[in-house]
Design a protein around this ligand. Structure first.
Ligand code: GUN
Length: 287
């Protein structure tokens, strides 16, 4: 193995420490405590784990955590009424509605009912538009975490060929916007891309966000490239449950210059960026 391992766990701990320091200062100087409200509808076990981790880390950095767990059969009207209350609450600076929502709820409608200033996920149409036009936006947490690790590892990204595999609204599209903002030449590839292997081999920066276990093998990776693996896939191997990324780690690490592991790469950065966004929302709300 030749690649440098990008330690997202350590990086995220550093981001959380900085957030905690600023939260303490906000409290001491201004008497303000940032608050994050997380809304979970239904009983998806993976979402429950994420929400628990978010709540725990929110409290650890000194913020207030407000958890709203609603039954799967909650109506759109009830959910919108809760969001309206959270929008109006001065104690709440950030609102996150955990996705996916149960099928009878219109996610776009729900997300767009969040006050854009409190939209710490950066999913509201107005934040999407602000990001796309290079204006001050709430930036989605996972791509933001990826960008921070890339900048830390590579310094300037200007002129590099970046390939983002995956076109989701949560990761692929905002990731591409951020890389473009840092003057990369950006390609968004997806399941219909012709000769995906050749496209990936052209990447100085390869971001994998497709949600398919170990789909990208080492021979799709350009020697020396920086590989960011956003995938978190649970698989059964040798009778055990294992977490793997969208990249085949062993073969990719033999050719890449640097790579994020799974677990311990992008995952921890997502929550750290959520906390950083909540702090930003709180600071903007209080001038
Ligand atoms: N589900 C999976 N990832 C995310 C995320 O970043 N934010 C929200 N709200 N839901 C998710």
């Amino acid at each position: 193995m030749s690649a440098t391992i990008i330690d997202g766990k350590a990086f995220a701990a550093g981001v959380r420490a900085q957030v905690a320091e600023q939260v303490a200062r906000l409290k001491e100087v201004h008497g303000i405590t940032p608050g994050l409200a997380v809304v979970l509808v239904g009983e998806d076990p993976a979402s429950e784990v994420y929400v628990r981790n978010k709540g725990k880390q929110t409290v650890e950095v000194g913020m207030n955590s407000f958890e709203h767990k609603l039954p799967a059969e909650t109506s759109e009207e009830e959910l919108l009424a809760l969001i309206d209350r959270l929008n109006k609450s001065p104690a709440v600076h950030g609102i996150l509605v955990q996705l996916p929502l149960p099928g009878h709820l219109n996610s776009d409608l729900v997300i767009n009912s969040i006050d854009p200033a409190k939209d710490v996920d950066g999913f509201h149409i107005s934040n999407v538009g602000l990001l796309g036009t290079g204006q001050k936006a709430m930036v989605p947490c996972t791509p933001l975490g990826c960008l921070m690790m890339l900048r830390d590892h590579l310094g300037s990204l200007s002129g590099l060929n970046a390939v983002v595999v995956g076109r989701s609204n949560i990761v692929g599209k905002p990731m591409a916007q951020l890389l473009l903002g840092d003057s990369c030449t950006v390609t968004i590839a997806h399941s219909r891309t012709k000769d995906l292997a050749a496209v990936c081999r052209g990447a100085d920066i390869l971001v994998a966000a497709v949600g398919r276990p170990e789909m990208i093998p080492g021979d799709w990776v350009k020697p020396g490239a920086t590989v960011i693996d956003v995938g978190i896939n649970r698989i059964e191997r040798d009778g055990k449950t294992k977490l793997v990324g969208d990249v085949d780690f062993a073969s990719a690490a033999a050719v890449a210059g640097a790579i994020t592991p799974v677990p311990g790469g992008v995952g921890p950065m997502t929550i750290a960026c959520l906390l950083a966004n909540t702090l930003t929302a709180c600071c903007r709300a209080n001038g």
